[in-house]
Design a protein around this ligand. Sequence first.
Ligand code: CTP
Length: 131
Amino acid sequence: MKRIITFGTFDVFHVGHINILERAAQYGDHLTVGVSSDALNFSKKGRYPIYPESDRCKIIRSLKFVNEVFVEESLEFKKKYIEKCNADILIMGDDWAGRFDWVNEICQVIYLPRTPSISTTEIIEVVKSIK
Ligand code: CTP
């Protein structure tokens, strides 16, 4: 049995999020998703998510190809999370390419191509620009 883990904010849930989670699940038999806490997102992106972490977790937990969800409190605990869930493979979008190679000592790391032309940031910008 192969266990997969992935991480992300998954704010203003969109099809790019579905695509990466669906593809990640196909690499194994069990998919765990670490959802960035509101505070972690603020430290990474300089803004709080539109949807609070409890709602973002609820959305991700409802997907049929996701088996487990937890709140990721800090980027520093990456290894601890991977070990705790016994992951064989860490999957990330290729906007993170190379940045998790150090995790290779404890599990395989695979970067998947992002879905083109969609992101949470872009959706927020489009909505803001509607008059
Ligand atoms: N992702 C993807 N394709 C997209 C957007 C996101 O594959 N078009 C992936 C990211 O690579 C990451 C996961 O979805 O592995 C969660 O990304 P997240 O940062 O939450 O979503 P973004 O839409 O990239 O958000 P933002 O614009 O705020 O950076």
